[in-house]
Write a protein that binds this ligand. Structure first.
Ligand code: DAH
Length: 340
């Protein structure tokens, strides 16, 4: 096709569209000219057969044709509103029905934020069931049968070999067993259960996020500290946040630490939120205990790693200034809307 023929084709197509009297004809012309097998896409496909030196001018002309045809079609209206004669009982001037927009719950937001922040550091999200085996929840985590956390007054036992997980740490075990070999780098958010009496800071059903990094190259407490410091800054929106480790004990880590973030309210100066200390306790963590590796069949002489765990409710309460954990479960829209 020469440029001249192309211009003639364009004029004809525009005249045809201008003359179209109803929506069905407009639609037919749309298919004919710009549909998937329409004549304009066919011209674009045929560009390779146009002599090289003519191609730029030809291409420009075809694009102009397409733009004009689309504008002409749009001017005719191809949508439902162009359907000749809308039913007489439809009043198109009435405002539409309002659908209340929902927002994510604060707990969902903390979990999504954690997934995004740790995602930037190469962590993926792993999942585990609420009903666990005592092996995954206790034994493999180096927690002996006489440990108080296994007690009937602390754990919801469903049967001799089934319980409601008291922590997200069993997902560490599942992850290592499934991975077969390191490296693993996961966070595991989820529900956890303890026989706690509900009050302003306790709930029998709450949420935790577990973290685990294991590798064949040496992993250190300093690596853990830098990752948590980054998390502190990002999660609390506190650029100057630092991290402090205090010695602690957990059966599944050695050494174990409790982790404090610089208070995001006073930036460390001391205020009511941090009880004048400048620090807020946020997580438990440590280097994975060699006995835990033993339980998943990994040689502690060949692998090392760190683990951490924190409460989702606790982060939400600190971040959004929520004084009572129960507010997070009451689905009171007056409360939720304030945080939206
Ligand atoms: N599972 C602990 C708890 O529920 C939290 C925790 C502490 C998790 C230290 C860890 C860790 O992975 O290394 O209190």
């Amino acid at each position: 096709m020469t440029l001249e023929e192309l211009e003639q084709g364009k004029a004809a197509s525009l005249a045809e569209i201008a003359a179209a009297a109803d929506a069905a004809t407009v639609e037919k012309l749309r298919v004919k000219y710009v549909g998937r097998n329409g004549s304009i896409p066919a011209l674009i496909k045929g560009m390779k057969d146009v002599p090289k030196e003519d191609r730029p001018a030809f291409g420009k002309a075809v694009q102009a044709w397409r733009a004009e045809v689309e504008a002409a079609l749009a001017a005719k209206g191809t949508g439902a509103d162009a359907q000749a004669g809308a039913p007489a009982d439809v009043d198109a001037t009435l405002p539409g029905r309002w659908a209340a927009p929902g927002t994510a719950h604060p707990l969902s937001r903390v979990i999504a934020d954690a997934a995004r922040i740790f995602g930037k550091l190469g962590f993926t999200v792993a999942d585990g069931p609420d009903i666990e085996s005592p092996f995954n929840n206790f034994t493999a985590l180096n927690t002996p049968p006489h440990h108080p956390s296994q007690d009937r007054s602390d754990t919801f036992w469903l049967a001799a070999d089934a319980l409601l997980r008291t922590q997200t740490s069993p997902v560490q075990i599942r992850t290592m067993l499934a991975a077969k070999k390191p490296p693993v780098r996961v966070i595991c958010p989820g529900r956890t259960y303890r026989r706690d009496t509900t009050d302003a800071t306790h709930s029998a059903n709450f949420h935790q996020i577990e973290g685990l990094y294991v590798d064949t190259k040496p992993v250190s407490l300093a690596d853990l500290k830098s990752v948590l410091a980054y998390f502190a800054k990002e999660m609390m929106g506190n650029d100057g946040a630092g991290v402090r480790f205090r010695p602690h004990f957990f059966p599944f880590t050695e050494p174990s630490v409790e982790v404090d973030f610089t208070c995001h309210v006073c930036k460390g100066k001391g205020c009511n939120v941090c009880k004048q200390s400048g620090w807020i306790e946020i997580a438990g963590a440590g280097m994975v205990d060699p006995r835990v590796f033993g339980h998943v069949g990994w040689n502690p002489a060949e692998v090392s790693g760190y683990a951490f765990g924190f409460g989702v409710e606790r982060i939400a309460m600190i971040k959004y200034g929520i004084p009572d954990i129960r507010w997070l479960y009451e689905n009171d829209l007056r409360f939720l809307r304030q945080l939206a």
